[in-house]
Design a protein around this ligand. Structure first.
Ligand code: BGC
Length: 416
């Protein structure tokens, strides 16, 4: 046999070994279409294709995923669920309790997920003791992104507390720059609001008011201060902000049209995808007053019950791939988040990610690790939706007082 025949034979044998018992199709619902998000999603697609499976994108555009979840509901109701869907937080339990999710305990047991995941994460991925979802990453929400060239040009100083923030914003505004790039969509309004709530009220207030929905905290003096600070930010945004997508707001900072943006670190994926480097093209700094605290978002894929056995094989391969160290690294380098798998090497990650990893562990120890309300991690989707409405109404109205907003917030907390 000639040498190249031998080589061919070796390739064929290797392919046979690499190919799964049955190649299946894996349809995945997500909303990752911006620059950094798409690069991260591509890594997932590639890892499934490498196992011989067919990847089918089920993409519903819309930051924060509200539209995606609405479309998912109708697909599931009509008996046509995808294999996996980007579902997070308490919604995982809500979906599991309707009986549509599949257990992936066999994969989780074989791969020792209980030992590889922080408890706060593994608990959320399980329903009645069974894993029904696989976690992808850890995002941090309470970041402020800024363009250092714009700061240098205007003489503004990077802020670490709210007084400094308003001084910087004023300096930028006076220099004719849009101080804060903001996208006026309800989930972004609430993302900004929860960041202010943490920075002004502190972790304990955040937990009592926004996670435990304590009526006294939702309508007390601290909440009033939070609402006033939140509203004070509005004049530093531009008149075109209503309806703007979050990644377009990030692009304004990248291009130097705006000085700052408050956003979770999926924004870092945008900077990186645009070739902007940490410390040079952009700076990440914890949002004012929140350096020691951490508002988290854990993206995860819930697994749906499937009829076709080959597709079930593909689904389990997806779960296994997502938890692999290789995938955790390449995906999170692109997405802006950090690996959710513990003990992962961080040497390829930038300083923002390294800080995030240290702060995550420290915050967990000091009760300052808090779930994001705006991004589906803290309360039921009904309450989240109702709070979003109130916060956006307050942001957009010239007349609503903090007292009225607080009254509405107390009712929103009772939404079913
Ligand atoms: C998700 C991120 C996503 C962002 C913008 C958040 O709720 O957790 O994965 O990048 O929304 O769409």
């Amino acid at each position: 046999m000639k040498v190249h025949h031998l080589a061919m034979l070796a390739v064929v044998c290797l392919q046979a070994l690499a190919a799964p018992a049955r190649a299946g199709e894996i349809e995945v619902l997500h909303w990752w279409i911006s620059g950094g998000e798409a690069r991260a999603a591509q890594a997932l697609k590639a890892s499934m294709q490498a196992k011989g499976h067919t990847w089918k994108d089920f993409v519903v555009a819309g930051g924060g995923g509200d539209s995606a979840i609405t479309v998912l509901k109708s697909r599931v109701l009509s008996g046509n669920a995808p294999a996996a869907a980007q579902i997070k937080g308490p919604s995982l339990q809500a979906w599991a309790s309707t009986g549509v999710l599949a257990s992936i305990n066999d994969v989780a047991k074989a791969e020792h997920w209980d030992e590889l995941l922080p408890k706060v994460v593994s608990e959320q991925m399980k329903f009645k003791g069974d894993y029904i979802a696989v976690p992808v990453n850890v995002h941090r929400v309470n970041w402020l992104w800024l363009n250092p060239a714009v700061f240098a040009r205007t003489g503004a100083k990077p802020p670490s507390n709210w007084d400094e923030f308003f001084i910087a914003a004023e300096t930028l505004k006076k220099a004719g720059v849009i101080a804060l790039a903001h996208g006026g969509q309800t989930w972004q309004d609430l993302t900004l609001f929860e960041t202010v709530a943490l920075g002004v009220g502190g972790p304990e207030f955040y937990r009592k008011a926004l996670v435990q929905l304590n009526p006294a905290e939702l309508s007390g003096a601290t909440m009033e201060a939070v609402l006033s600070t939140f509203k004070r930010i509005k004049p530093y945004t531009d008149k075109n902000s209503p309806g703007r997508d979050w990644n377009l707001a990030t692009a304004m900072v990248i291009k130097g049209e705006a000085g700052m943006q408050f956003m979770g670190d999926w924004a870092k994926g945008e900077f990186l995808a645009a070739g902007s480097l940490p410390g040079k093209g952009f700076i990440c700094t914890p949002a004012p007053g929140s350096a020691k605290a951490f508002i988290y978002v854990i993206d995860s894929f819930a697994m749906f019950k499937l009829k076709n056995p080959a597709n079930t094989v593909a689904q389990k391969d997806l779960a296994s791939a997502v938890m692999s160290p290789e995938f955790q690294e390449v995906f999170n380098l692109n997405k802006g988040s950090i690996p959710v798998r513990m003990g992962q090497k961080m040497d390829k990650f930038d300083d923002c990610a390294k800080a995030s990893a240290l702060d995550f562990t420290a915050a967990a120890k000091s009760a300052a690790l808090l779930p994001s309300v705006a991004n589906g991690m803290a309360v039921s989707s009904a309450v989240e939706g109702a709070i979003k409405e109130v916060v956006s109404q307050f942001w957009n109205s010239d007349r609503m007082t903090p007292a009225e907003a607080m009254q509405k917030m107390v009712s929103a907390a009772k939404a079913r």
